[in-house]
Ligand binder design. Structure first.
Ligand code: ACO
Length: 429
């Protein structure tokens, strides 16, 4: 048997402890600090810059090389050759489906896209102008109240049914959030359409007109879904895992993921990137804008990433998709696209960005594609949530399936007041 490699930690008082060095199938080795408590110590790593929070076999990222694999398959290959439901099957089950498995899976998801009719009433409780992410946090969490028949998280079949329900129903709820906002009737899903076509139909179809999906736009949205399907232990996925570690049901956990995704540093970035491009307005203003970024007046949205210190591989696919969509829609001279390309060129040749290894991330171009498809800005993060639902639920399932999983409970470095005695209000200064 191979000898366990260890690192030895020596304290300033001479005490030592051996820390096992763990190796994954890919990526850097990891120090197992489990036993450090024996020295009466905790480790300190706010924002998880150097901490692996779990073991996972789902997604691998090499940020320095700009690589992203789902279950070992490079994202570029999946974006080019696969489709979203197949990628969902892969993330959830670990392998690509056979033809029969694929047909069965697609059929099952298609037949579960309707939501309980009672759910439609939840929408009336929201203002029409509510942000659709606010609506999504509420209505996805509300799914917990509808499917009591399969909420035993220790039962793998129940977990599978819940995963399928989430995958099937979140797009329906997302389209309903949009329809509620614009004051149009909800569109029931149609089983003749594929997953992405159906979503576009529920968004843009009306009872008065036949809806004919544009295959180029369907393919573009399919790619957006594939590119956003999972991204290992990002903020929202870690939120889902932490919520799930207490035994909470998957619908509530995914609602917590949606809440975490909402912020502009995470899922809100493509909305922010598009707003930024509109604010810049013209190619002639790019240099001044970049100067403002360097002067730390604001950030370049859609740029930079905690893990990628090279081109985000998803951004390259997105740039190509952007080009294809604009060509299809005869919008080749799209001002925002020209601006984005000029901004990318200017930033990538500037020492500020080079030294900090800041490259475009997936959100830099996805906003332009979504806008061209006709998706309103306020729905951008919702689209991300629809796509990421499979990642969240796959990661949640992986965690719960591990019989040794425990409730997640970080510790802290306390720097508050030391013990002091209570003073009655009339004696306080
Ligand atoms: N524009 C300008 N400067 C930046 C940017 C940016 N977008 N991102 C990072 N920097 C600078 C920081 O100011 C810092 O500079 P300093 O060393 O002079 O202080 C340095 O680069 C390191 O940045 P951090 O903030 O420490 O990097 P961190 O890993 O914490 O942040 C993040 C990553 C949040 C994504 C950041 O790059 C950012 O805010 N980007 C813009 C928002 C965005 O596009 N988010 C989408 C992420 S991808 C996704 O969620 C799908």
């Amino acid at each position: 048997m191979e000898k366990q490699r260890v690192a030895t930690l020596t304290m300033d008082d001479g005490r030592t402890i051996e820390l096992p060095i763990l190796s994954g199938t890919l990526g850097p080795d990891v120090l197992d600090i489990h036993n450090i408590g024996k020295l009466g110590l905790f480790t300190y790593d706010p924002a998880f810059f150097a901490t692996a929070s779990c073991t996972s076999a789902i997604t691998y990222i090499d940020g320095d090389a700009g690589l992203l694999y789902y279950r070992g398959y490079p994202i570029e290959q999946l974006a080019e050759k696969s489709d979203f439901l197949e990628v969902c099957y892969l993330l959830l089950n670990g392998e690509l489906p056979s033809a029969a498995q694929k047909a069965e899976f697609s059929g099952f998801i298609t037949k579960h896209t309707m939501v309980h009719d009672q759910l439609a009433r939840f929408f009336n409780g929201f203002r029409r102008d509510a942000h659709p992410m606010a609506v999504m946090v509420g209505v996805v969490g509300a799914l917990s109240a509808f499917y009591h028949d399969s909420l035993d998280i220790n039962n793998s079949q129940h977990r599978e049914i819940s995963a399928h329900r989430l995958l099937a129903k979140v797009p329906t709820l997302a389209a309903m959030a949009y329809k509620y906002n614009v004051g149009e009737p909800f569109m029931y899903p149609k089983n003749k359409f594929g997953y992405v076509e159906n979503f576009l139909y529920m968004m843009f179809g009306t009872p008065t007109e036949e809806y004919v999906p544009n295959p180029v736009l369907v393919r573009a949205l399919e790619r957006i879904f594939i590119l956003h399907a999972d991204h290992e232990q990002n903020a929202s996925t870690s939120t889902v895992r932490l919520a799930g570690s207490s035994g909470a049901n998957p619908f509530a956990c995914v609602a917590s993921g949606i809440a975490a995704l909402w912020g502009p540093a995470h899922g809100g970035a493509n909305e922010a990137a598009l707003k930024m491009l509109e604010e810049i307005g013209d190619v002639s203003r790019v240099k001044d804008y970049v100067q403002g970024v360097k002067d730390k007046k604001y950030k370049l949205m859609g740029f930079g990433h905690r893990v990628y210190k090279n081109m985000d591989p998803r951004a390259a696919v997105m740039r190509q998709t952007c080009y294809e969509v604009l060509k299809e829609l005869k919008l080749e001279s799209n001002k925002l696209f020209e601006l984005a390309m000029e901004l990318e060129k200017t930033a990538l040749s500037d020492p500020y960005f080079i030294e900090r290894k800041l490259y475009p991330n997936v959100d830099f171009y996805s906003g332009i594609v979504l806008r061209a498809i006709g998706i309103p800005t306020s729905m951008f993060t919702v689209i991300f949530a629809v796509a990421r639902t499979i990642g969240w639920v796959s990661q949640w399932n992986e965690m719960i399936a591990d019989a040794d999983h425990k409730i997640g409970r970080p510790r802290q470095l306390y720097r508050g007041a030391v013990k002091r005695d209570f003073v009655p209000v009339n004696k306080r200064r």
